[in-house]
Design a protein around this ligand. Structure first.
Ligand SMILES: [Zn+2]
Ligand SMILES: [Zn+2]
Length: 192
């Protein structure tokens, strides 16, 4: 518990200079001892690429541990990784929906908001409805590339400096969305 709190202090720069590497070290200690909150936070840091290179598979590994312990943030973030199916993760909409339901049952608002869209994606994938290429939009406060929620999981999102129409969790996602996610093409059209 104390190790996890120390991690939060370093991540957010509370009373100490902000230091992602130090935060990562404390979260890892607590996570390896089975602390669900630390496992969830560690997953976020791997997903965003704070103090480590961005790695969705490593994020998935830690979210899974925390989700199995009933952590709603981790269930929701894990659901999102399965819904998006990128970064080497196989898309699994049934699993994603199950995870969102678990989080929603605990009153997790962003998961509740995402469920209808994931249900629609699942129906489309089963051929019930025409395919929808859209990703689940969890909330306005979500990274345009990986979908991670901002403030609710301690991640400060920054807007695209040109169009200001999209937000990113970090440089890794911004660069990826620019090069591979097609933002390069549409950024100018979004610029006011
Ligand atoms: Zn992101
Ligand atoms: Zn832009």
């Amino acid at each position: 518990m104390a190790q996890s709190n120390t991690g939060v202090m370093h991540r957010d720069g509370q009373g100490v200079p902000q230091n992602f590497k130090e935060a990562l070290r404390w979260f890892t200690k607590a996570a390896e001892q089975g602390h669900a909150g630390a496992q969830s936070n560690l997953g976020v840091m791997h997903q965003v690429g704070q103090g480590v290179p961005q790695n969705f598979k490593e994020a998935l590994r830690w979210y899974t541990k925390a989700a199995e312990q009933g952590n709603a943030d981790a269930q929701s973030n894990l659901g999102l990784l399965y819904a998006n199916g990128e970064g080497g993760i196989k898309q699994d909409l049934t699993r994603a929906l199950k995870l969102f339901r678990l989080a929603a049952a605990q009153g997790h608002e962003p998961a509740k908001a995402a469920m209808p869209q994931v249900e629609a994606m699942l129906k489309a994938s089963l051929g019930v409805t025409p395919p929808a290429k859209q990703r689940p939009a969890l909330a306005p406060d979500a990274c345009a590339n990986c979908g991670i929620l901002g403030e609710s999981v301690g991640v400060k999102l920054n807007s695209c400096s040109r169009c200001k129409a999209v937000k990113y969790c970090g440089k890794a996602c911004q660069l990826k969305h620019w090069k591979e996610g097609g933002h390069k093409k549409i950024c100018l059209t979004l610029t006011p």
